[in-house]
Design a protein around this ligand. Structure first.
Ligand SMILES: [Zn+2]
Length: 211
């Protein structure tokens, strides 16, 4: 499945228990693929300046390698979701492998940070009915998106175009906590904030956007 800026309506209809949009008229900001020492502090600093709370979909291996960044994200009142152990296509995992990944990450967050995992996002947006069932059984909300910023293409003008054309008052927006977008991420976030203000929209806290 290949996604454009906004995933196709048919997919949203079939997987209608996934979350594609904010449940209230507020914008949810999400960051995939971190944490990384080169990027996460830069993003946290920018979010702090813009006064926005975000949801970070973390890769398990990165979270294990950089525990202080997980602490920083939690301490600064942002949220953490899971994005697989090694950023793999979860359709290629066995049921047991996928279940183990979920329980392992959940336990790590609970034991090290006393943090309850509630959200998951599949790498590459790839999932199927089987992974859907496992997520349901694990009581994890599968958080998709309605605006892919394409920030990983490292082209600020493309991000500006995406936001200008597709941002709505209930969008779930995807950015990346990754080296691919680090050169443009601060400008991208400042641009987003400007567009949000210009349209009279507002950002929401992850928990209120995902009720
Ligand atoms: Zn990813």
């Amino acid at each position: 499945m290949k996604y454009s800026f906004n995933p196709p309506y048919a997919i949203k209809r079939i997987f209608n228990d996934f979350i594609w949009e904010s449940s209230i008229n507020k914008i949810l900001l999400t960051f995939d693929d971190g944490p990384l020492p080169e990027t996460t502090p830069v993003i946290l600093n920018s979010l702090n300046k813009l006064k926005v709370k975000a949801l970070f979909f973390c890769v398990g291996n990165n979270a294990s390698k950089y525990p202080s960044l997980i602490s920083d994200i939690i301490d600064q009142k942002h949220c953490i979701g899971f994005h697989s152990s090694q950023h793999e296509n979860i359709r290629k995992l066995t049921v047991n492998e996928f279940k183990f990944q979920l329980s392992d990450f959940r336990l790590m967050l609970k034991e090290k940070y006393d943090y309850n995992l509630k959200y998951f996002r599949p790498p590459f947006g790839k999932f199927n009915l089987r992974t859907n069932k496992i997520l349901k059984e694990a009581d994890l909300k599968n958080v998709m998106w309605s605006l892919l910023s394409f920030d990983y293409k490292n082209d600020l003008n493309l991000v500006k175009f995406a936001v200008d054309k597709y941002l709505k008052n209930n969008s779930i927006v995807v950015f990346h906590d990754s080296l691919k977008s680090i050169d443009i991420i601060v400008d991208s976030l400042e641009n987003l904030k400007e567009i949000v203000n210009k349209n009279g929209f507002e950002f929401g806290d992850p928990s209120e956007c995902l009720k």
